[in-house]
Design a protein around this ligand. Structure first.
Ligand code: GLY
Ligand code: MN
Ligand code: MN
Length: 436
């Protein structure tokens, strides 16, 4: 993998030319008092370095005569390492992570200016750490104070996002391997959930069994808080309490995925707890499934990204009109977003190092086109939230639909000839789901 990290840095450096790019690692985050969360590296930092420690800064200075790649890291300190774990240290940063030069992080302020003073531009993404941002601005200010005398120095700070995130959006073979591993484990867990879910069991039992498999198969754990939502809990998009006892004749919506090697899967399935859909559940389910299948069919290289969502919205709206939940002319209902009380989220997102991965979805008035190597989710749903007040020109909602929430989500790779559904191993037709 080190060769690939180097290749990514070189690709980025070719784009920033006379600039210097600065990346900060994720900080250690406090859960409560002096107990810390498990450390999770910043995705941009990880993408470029593979370096997995906090309190680090990476500098890319392609124009520097010697040090094109510099790491500032926590020094090796036996006493600290006993408490907080192994540190690779300054020497390790060079030997193991390919830094041409490395320093203890405490020397950042002293050593950083030499990498900035001849740069034409600083590339930096303003992070959440205000103090760090402020410190960098002060470095910049000091350099600009002597600009007239030297006639050189960074005259602008540019966000690294647009350049780096366009790179991250198209996955390499090595990245796809990790995503496939994450999806395979998640597929196994969803299939197991289908087997064990039954009336009388608690949502958290299903969550526990799935997350057990995530870890057991070598994953880091859940890619995001697992949603195991039975009955009308499925109408709460981010329901993560998972405390309810499941009943017969209810649907169970499970939105859960595994993180493996820092890459994520994100799968949703909705199925009858007791093995049989009620007629209302089945009717709504078939609409969501049709929307999902038609939306996935739009995942083709060269297609605009927004076509996926547009397609799902159209199929869902047509379905709602057919059932009498919406009334009116389809185009007008779509234009006026009358479907929104029942479908309030987008149809998907990029997937990768982040669950909601980086990369743009639209370039101003021009669409983002699908490119082979992109990975995205396709996740339409319908949610008949209890006590939804219909819009003025819309009919009352028949109570028989109330409380039904359905989402179907797959992870899809754009290929040169179309797409590949990476999570196709979890069943989703009514016939398949009723077999459990
Ligand atoms: N599980 C988060 C999402 O589906 O976007
Ligand atoms: Mn998703
Ligand atoms: Mn999801």
């Amino acid at each position: 993998m080190q060769a690939e990290y180097r290749q990514r840095r070189e690709q980025l450096m070719a784009k920033i030319g006379m600039g210097t790019a600065i990346f900060r690692s994720a900080p250690m985050a406090v859960m409560h008092n002096d107990v810390e969360y498990a450390f999770r590296q910043d995705s941009d930092f990880f993408y470029l370095t593979g370096f997995n420690e906090p309190e680090a800064v990476a500098v890319l200075a392609p124009h520097h005569p010697e040090h094109q790649f510099v790491l500032f890291v926590q020094p090796k300190e036996r006493e600290k390492e006993v408490w907080t774990g192994y540190r690779c240290g300054v020497e390790g940063a060079k030997e193991l992570f390919g830094a041409v030069e490395a320093y203890p992080i405490a020397e950042l302020d002293e050593k950083l200016p030499q990498y900035l003073e001849k740069a034409e531009r600083i590339y930096y993404h303003l992070g959440r750490d205000r103090a760090f941002n402020e410190n960098l601005l002060q470095h910049w200010q000091r350099l600009m104070a002597t600009y007239a005398k030297r006639g050189t120095g960074p005259i602008a700070i540019e966000d690294t996002g647009p350049i780096l995130h366009a790179m991250r959006q198209v996955k390499s073979a090595a990245e796809l391997e990790l995503i496939r591993k994450a999806t395979a484990i998640s597929v196994e867990a969803h299939n197991y959930a289908l087997e064990i879910a039954q009336p009388g069991r608690y949502e958290y039992e299903i969550q526990a069994e799935m997350e057990r498999l995530f870890r057991l198969r070598g994953g880091i754990g859940p890619a995001y808080p697992s949603i195991v939502a039975s009955g009308s809990n499925a109408c709460v998009l981010h329901y993560i309490e998972n405390t309810r006892q499941m009943q017969d004749n209810e649907l169970l919506l499970i939105d859960a995925g595994c993180a493996y090697g820092y890459y994520n899967a994100d799968i949703t399935r909705t199925f009858p707890v007791g093995g049989k859909f009620t007629p209302e559940q089945k009717t709504l389910y078939e609409i969501v499934l049709a929307a999902q299948l038609q939306a996935i069919a739009q995942v083709q290289p060269g297609n605009p990204y927004h076509k996926i969502h547009d397609t799902a919205v159209r199929v869902l709206t047509e379905g709602l009109v057919e059932l009498g939940i919406l009334k009116g002319e389809i185009d007008k209902l779509i234009e006026e977003e009358k479907y929104k009380p029942f479908y309030m989220h987008r149809t998907g997102h990029w997937l990768g190092l982040d669950v909601h991965d980086v990369g743009v979805y639209q370039h101003g008035d021009s669409p983002q086109l699908l490119i082979p190597g992109q990975v995205l989710t396709v996740e339409p749903g319908l949610y008949i939230v209890p006590d939804t007040k219909p819009a003025e020109d819309q009919p009352e909602i028949d109570p028989r639909w109330s409380g039904i929430g359905i989402r179907i989500e797959d992870d899809v790779l754009v290929t040169s000839i179309g797409h590949e559904v990476l999570t196709a191993g979890v069943p989703k037709t009514v016939a398949e789901l009723e077999r459990y």
